[in-house]
Design a protein around this ligand. Structure first.
Ligand SMILES: Cc1cc2nc3c(=O)[nH]c(=O)nc-3n(C[C@H](O)[C@H](O)[C@H](O)COP(=O)(O)OP(=O)(O)OC[C@H]3O[C@@H](n4cnc5c(N)ncnc54)[C@H](O)[C@@H]3O)c2cc1C
Ligand code: SF4
Length: 506
């Protein structure tokens, strides 16, 4: 064999550079389902099922196209990890080279590098052309700056790909960013005409995977009666069209809003398809842009959506690779508490957390503000060890792949990186949740109160956070006003908040 081409579970790219110069006479594709990918964090059943079902659909397509494929099914071999599975294949086939598109997970990269080295087989790493920028380009751009901000990387990429520009230079409408238009909450009556999420019929392949996952991983979090997530590029295209037609026009306005028993609202639900490479990000961006030019969606909404993919998605990808493996070590706020057990059950009196965690366990999904300003916010205010928060996020979302999950969790949501990713901690009291949702109306706590039997734990812990980190943030240009509000509280009030925070953690 000339080369063995590895395809990982999040590399189901039909346009992968692996297919260039692939010679079916001498080369072979390789895919493996291994237990460790489901257990190294305690993965949600739907996350495991989605990866396996999408891999098996891709394998079926490759077989129809008569590609030589070495596919190891979970229930048909005993290798626990990708390294062990690859070792078995290298022993039996002795390829001259192993080829691999750069993986999205540092741990996996190390494992494959070590295995190839052990078997003395050269490993060729190909650039991941699915992204719109490379880690090397990001590193060069970052190297010239004291402080990194997503906005400036986003502008670079807008210009490079000529997205929403006039004469190829200036942003349409005069502004690069319409974020301030994208933070509305719903009126008291709630959201109107929320589009139904995609719902694909499960075929035999997916049904077999569902049975396998329920049998092999019965104690893993989440439910798996059916699978609503796209497992093929065709389904991903249908999901994209549904989003563009039905949800995009409203997406921008209510991007940050939350509502009781509304898990999806106007969000695209496309992250898992993008991350498994069933959908191409540039295609998604161009199709969204087209809606603006066709006057079918307003500029602020289209720009807001494009910014998530061209801006945030590319930015976190660059940041992940720029700082691995240092990310694992950082704990800038010295957070030392364990993750509360209710993160795995949703069993808490705090309604906002019950809603966000409940839908996560049911669907493997919560939207950005639920992740950032409900589950992430609580963990940060509580002071949970960053790696435990990271492991939870990596486990429970169907779209979780480490390159995107880790910087979002450790950087944006927990400030464990001390501000490399975000200029300040994303902290707020329960009043933010009160403003952006109707969760508080259905909660036994009072978001305005920091002390007392009905005090909102978010509000108590918000003041407690400022109290604990007063010295650090007093002179911070964007946090100073919060600290000066803290300083208006009397010593008695501050003591009462500290005591209440202790009782919450107990
Ligand atoms: C603590 C935390 C953990 C997160 N973990 C993940 C993760 O494991 N996988 C993941 O894809 N996203 C993650 N995100 C980012 C974001 O929350 C999800 O991409 C989004 O909620 C997915 O839902 P959607 O497809 O409906 O997105 P939409 O709200 O419709 O947004 C459109 C697309 O933009 C991209 N996007 C939006 N925000 C971000 C962001 N901050 N970083 C990167 N891409 C973004 C996604 O591809 C998403 O599909 C995380 C955010 C936080 C705060
Ligand atoms: S009152 Fe506090 S705990 Fe209850 S839903 Fe509102 S923010 Fe969450």
């Amino acid at each position: 064999m000339r080369k063995l081409c590895l395809i990982l579970g999040d590399q189901l790219d039909r346009a992968s550079p692996l297919f260039k110069d692939f010679d079916p006479q001498h080369d072979c594709l390789w895919m493996a389902e291994v237990t460790q990918e489901a257990t190294h964090v305690w993965s949600h059943k739907q996350r495991i099922a989605l990866f396996l079902a999408a891999m098996r659909h891709f394998a079926a397509e490759l077989t129809v196209k008569q590609y030589p494929l070495h596919y190891l099914k979970l229930d048909q071999h005993h290798a626990a990890s990708l390294g062990e599975a690859l070792a078995q294949t290298l022993q039996t086939t002795s390829p001259a080279e192993v080829w691999l598109v750069r993986p999205g997970d540092y741990r996996v990269l190390l494992e494959i590098v070590a295995t190839c080295k052990h078997y003395n087989t050269p490993l060729k790493l190909l650039s991941d052309t699915h992204f719109l920028s490379t880690p090397g380009e990001f590193r060069r751009w970052a190297g010239e700056r004291k402080q990194l901000r997503m906005e400036y990387w986003y502008r670079e990429l807008r210009k490079r790909y000529n997205i929403l520009l006039e004469d190829g230079k200036q942003p349409i409408g005069g502004n690069w960013n319409y974020d301030s238009d994208n933070r509305k909450s719903f009126p008291k009556s709630g959201p109107t005409a929320v589009p139904a999420p995609p719902n694909f019929a499960t075929d035999n392949i997916t049904q077999e995977v569902i049975r396998l996952v329920n049998a092999r991983f019965p104690d893993h979090p989440g439910t798996l009666d059916s699978l609503q997530w796209s497992v093929t590029p065709v389904q991903a295209q249908q999901a994209l069209t549904r989003f563009l037609d039905e949800a995009l026009p409203q997406f921008g306005d209510f991007q940050d809003a939350m509502w009781q028993h509304q898990p999806f609202l106007n969000h695209s639900l496309l992250a898992s398809s993008l991350n498994l490479k069933l959908l191409n990000p540039l295609e998604v961006i161009r199709k969204a842009e087209e809606r603006y030019w066709q006057h079918r969606a307003p500029l602020a909404t289209v720009e807001g959506f494009i910014r998530q993919i061209l801006g945030w998605r590319e930015y976190v990808h660059g940041l992940y690779w720029q700082h691995m493996p240092d990310w694992y070590e950082w704990n800038a706020l010295d957070a030392q508490h364990d993750l509360p057990a209710f993160y795995w059950t949703g069993n808490t009196e705090m309604n906002c957390l019950r809603q966000a965690i409940g839908q996560t366990l049911q669907h493997g999904y919560a939207h950005h503000i639920q992740r950032l300003m409900v589950t992430g916010l609580f963990a940060q205010l509580y002071g949970v060890k960053p790696m435990q928060v990271h492991e939870w996020y990596l486990a429970v979302y169907v779209d979780a792949v480490e390159w995107v999950e880790l910087p979002n969790t450790l950087g944006m949501s927990q400030y464990a990186d001390g501000g490399r990713m975000a200029s300040k901690p994303y902290i707020a009291s329960g009043k933010y949740i009160q403003k952006m949702s109707n969760y508080c109306q259905h909660c036994r706590f009072n978001s305005a109160k920091a002390v007392g039997a009905d005090a909102c734990p978010f509000t108590t812990l918000f003041w407690d956070f400022l109290d604990r980190h007063e010295a650090r943030f007093a002179a911070h240009p964007r946090m100073g006003f919060m600290v000066s509000n803290l300083r208006k509280l009397s010593a008695t009030e501050r003591n009462a908040i500290r005591a209440q925070a202790v009782s919450i953690r107990a």
